[in-house]
Design a protein around this ligand. Structure first.
Ligand code: FA5
Length: 348
């Protein structure tokens, strides 16, 4: 067949095929069929050697024109297809459908209760300070009247930081309570003192519904001339009333902590659900202990350079997760740190 006739046929066929193409995949097929390595335009160009010498320039020009027309038409069509599908998406958009709620983060329930408790003490004239989570034996124990070998060390199952000088006063540990900040703060200041210290604590102990191996404490310390046990009770009663309201009962019992004398613990009557059940299981289900407290021991005052005949004070250390459990009816302290969004989502 004459190459010029063949060229016209290819052009006509291409126009038909192009009209039928309705998506980008079909356009790709067309490209291969006409311009691919064995496509019809490529094959036609290969025939140039069989064209009469004098007709070759005209054939070359016509074939190249066809090539560029084909690629122009194809890119125009591709554009039309893309615009058309965009239009269809807009046509299918139902603006009356309810929107999807974005997932919004919130403060962790522990952060919420810690802040709430600190705010209560701030309103009572306390300042909020913080201290290190990695502590030394000196501040966690020694300065709190708990020397090496003292049996009371067993009250705080300790996670020591791997250190060859384990028995040295400078050996380090994950603080077992926030009480080391009593000594640190008193050492660096003079009374009057009224502080609360929120922070994370760690203990090497078996977990259960009211015990975690990592939990928060909020320490409180008041030191001045003439501070009495009545001030301690008054402050803690006021705190309990603000957190739990007037209906919940508060219980003080004698307790022992080497850094206070006398020492007490304070419990709150256990949460009851609408059927009168108590979801929080503790050692004594009627009461859950929330804090230890007492009058600062004269030995502790002496160790920071205060004269116990001039200054007296009281201190307390409370567990905010337990306080949240008792108020909200959370049955297991381990919920706080198991990262289950079904639990955490209830505090948004
Ligand atoms: C202490 O840690 C003392 N430092 C408290 C103190 C401060 C006494 C100042 C006197 C003066 P205790 O081990 O009882 O005491 O802990 C205090 C509170 O922390 C407990 O009442 C409880 O609410 C919380 N707590 C203790 N251990 C855990 C635990 N494993 N998981 C969750 N909360 C805990």
């Amino acid at each position: 067949m004459d190459v010029f006739i063949e060229l016209n046929q290819i052009q006509a066929e291409f126009q038909k095929d192009l009209d039928l193409a309705s998506d980008l995949a079909q356009l790709d097929q067309l490209k291969i069929r006409y311009m691919g390595r064995s496509g019809s335009v490529t094959n036609l160009l290969r025939k140039i050697s069989s064209v009469q010498k004098e007709d070759r320039p005209r054939f070359g020009a016509d074939a190249n024109k066809l090539k560029s027309e084909i690629s122009d038409f194809m890119s125009r069509k591709a554009n039309e297809i893309q615009v058309g599908s965009g239009r269809k998406t807009i046509e299918n958009l139902d603006v009356t459908l309810p929107g999807r709620l974005p997932v919004i983060g919130a403060l962790h329930p522990t952060t919420q209760i810690v802040r709430e408790i600190c705010d209560i003490f701030v309103s009572l004239g306390f300042s909020v300070i913080e201290g290190p989570e990695i502590e030394s034996d000196k501040y966690n124990f020694e300065m709190l009247n708990i020397p090496k070998g003292h049996p009371a060390r067993d009250m705080w199952s300790t996670m020591w930081i791997d250190n060859p000088n384990h028995s040295d006063t400078n050996s380090t540990l994950l603080r077992t309570h926030t009480s080391p900040m009593q000594a640190r703060f008193m050492e660096s200041t003079t009374p009057p003192i009224r502080i609360v210290v929120p922070g994370k604590c760690y203990r090497y102990e078996a977990t259960d519904s009211t015990h975690e191996w990592h939990f928060y404490q909020i320490e409180g310390l008041v030191v001045d001339k003439g501070i009495s046990f009545a001030n301690l009770k008054g402050t803690l009663y006021e705190f309990a009333k603000r957190v739990f309201g007037d209906d919940r009962q508060v219980r003080f019992r004698c307790d022992y902590f080497p850094f206070v004398e006398p020492g007490v613990d304070m419990s709150i009557s256990n949460f009851k659900d609408s059927e009168g059940n108590r979801p929080i299981k503790g050692k004594d289900e009627d009461w859950i202990e929330i804090l230890g407290a007492g009058m600062v021991h004269p030995e502790v005052l002496k160790s920071v350079g205060y004269d116990p005949d001039v200054y007296t004070g009281f201190a307390f250390g409370m567990g905010p997760e337990r306080i949240s459990m008792l108020r909200e009816g959370i049955d297991d302290i381990r919920n706080f740190y198991s990262n289950d969004l079904r639990f955490l989502g209830q505090f948004v």
